[in-house]
Write a protein that binds this ligand. Structure first.
Ligand SMILES: [Zn+2]
Length: 182
């Protein structure tokens, strides 16, 4: 049934036939062979089916052109949201600490706020005392001039900018925290 004299039963020939590399004469022989040879016809039809499938298969899904940009924008929005959340949480925590400062202090958080509270209130009290003493001394300032100068120096120390005091407080608190954790 099969004509093997044309040496068509090999991969090289089949590849050439599939890729349309055969000459007109060879093509004519191949078509004649296919009519007679079931194996080659079935193989050829299978190859044609596969070829057709590959040609008509839907293209692989492609990402939209602005995919990277959109993703980056989304990430940025997310980060911005997180940043706002952190700010909001910080404000909330500070508000709680300030609120606890005036009421009963039992938790560790409250004790931290109490420390800050004492620092601020205590400073005000001492400044008030110094002011009153200074005013009192001003009545007879000639006699107490050295004391007035000394008190003024101390008052100057206590009247440091809030930022300096806050920095020192933060340093103290972080040092205490390190002692707790280590
Ligand atoms: Zn054949």
């Amino acid at each position: 049934m099969c004509n093997h004299t044309h040496n068509m039963h090999n991969e090289t020939w089949f590849m050439r036939a599939t890729e349309g590399d055969l000459s007109a004469e060879e093509m004519r022989q191949w078509e004649a062979h296919l009519e007679r040879c079931d194996a080659c016809r079935q193989m050829s039809e299978a190859m044609a089916a596969v070829d057709h499938m590959l040609r008509t298969a839907p293209p692989p899904p492609t990402l939209p052109d602005d995919f990277t940009q959109a993703t980056m924008a989304r990430l940025q929005r997310q980060q911005q949201r997180q940043r706002w959340l952190v700010i909001f949480a910080s404000i909330l925590i500070i508000a709680i600490i300030v609120w606890l400062g005036g009421s009963a202090l039992t938790s560790a958080l409250a004790s931290l706020s109490r420390t800050a509270h004492i620092l601020i209130v205590g400073r005000d009290t001492i400044i008030n005392a110094l002011m009153r003493t200074t005013i009192g001394l001003m009545v007879s300032w000639r006699a107490f001039l050295p004391f007035v100068v000394m008190l003024a120096a101390i008052a100057g120390l206590w009247l440091m900018p809030n930022s300096v005091l806050a920095t020192l407080t933060m340093l103290w608190i972080s040092k205490r925290r390190q002692e707790f954790t280590t």
